[in-house]
Write a protein that binds this ligand. Structure first.
Ligand code: MN
Length: 252
């Protein structure tokens, strides 16, 4: 099995190192990851400045770009082969509900998916890397199961996985979930810099708004491993005919 690993926290992040160490004997495993922390960069591609690929002292290749840049470059020329699986993470903090729209961790996996490759994004629910070893073992176990079921190296799918930050024996069994919802983000934070200019810092993500049974929030609050299958079609299918009626009427 050929596995490409990326993340959004940067090529030196503990979550990336732990994921590589957990997966490295499952096949041929390569890392191409961002040089800097690129959290919340979603699927952004760098189109107006050059990208460079460097070799880190830890053996990982890194790019002066976004998570999606890394996977894009890897799949369109750098690797020279098509991986069987693209894995992203392990992220420092949850990517649940609306987070998935912003997440660079999900963006990296989604780039693989868009190129027709099965892909998984892994995140730890709490920031700070507590019980990272347990998260890495959990990721390995899930990938082994998917591989044994013949799902890697096959038709593309995209999974968003959130792992409770707990010791391994306290991570409960898998729940296949839907995305919950968050409230809108907290207020922007302003401070005056030493030159007297006002600085704006994006506020924290909002609290959970829909954390009902069946959501990723609910499952992880209960200590379960949450796995959400994602797709990329943003069409509001249920509203197609309603909009058709409104707009057809409007132009008549
Ligand atoms: Mn991140």
């Amino acid at each position: 099995m050929n596995i490409l690993i990326c993340n959004d926290d940067g090529y030196q992040a503990p979550g990336l190192v732990a994921l590589y160490e957990a997966l490295k004997d499952l096949g041929h495993v390569e890392v191409v990851a961002p040089e800097q922390n690129n959290s919340a960069k979603s699927n952004a591609l760098t189109l107006h400045s050059p990208l460079y690929v460097y070799q880190g002292l830890n053996g990982f290749r890194y790019v002066n770009g976004t998570p999606a840049d890394c996977v894009h470059i890897a799949l369109t020329g750098l690797l020279g082969y098509k991986p069987d699986l693209v894995v992203s993470g392990i992220n420092d903090g949850a990517n649940m509900g609306d987070d998935t729209i912003y997440s660079g961790t999900v963006g990296a996996a989604m780039e693989g998916y868009l190129f027709g490759i099965p892909a998984i994004a892994f995140s730890q629910v709490e920031k700070g890397w507590a019980h990272l070893d347990a998260a890495a073992v959990t990721a390995r176990t899930l990938i082994q199961q998917l591989s044994q079921d013949g799902l890697t190296g096959a038709s593309p799918w995209l999974l968003n996985v959130n792992i409770p930050s707990r010791p391994l024996d306290q991570i409960k069994d898998v729940r296949v979930t839907r995305l919950g919802r968050r409230h809108a983000a907290e207020r922007v934070i302003t401070q005056v810099n030493p030159r007297g200019q006002t600085m704006y810092w994006i506020g924290s993500a909002g609290r959970a708004k829909d954390d009902s049974d069946g959501t990723d929030f609910h499952a992880t609050f209960q200590g379960h491993l949450s796995v959400t299958p994602l797709h990329v079609d943003l069409t509001e299918h249920a509203e197609l005919s309603a909009w058709d009626q409104r707009l057809t009427k409007a132009v008549e």
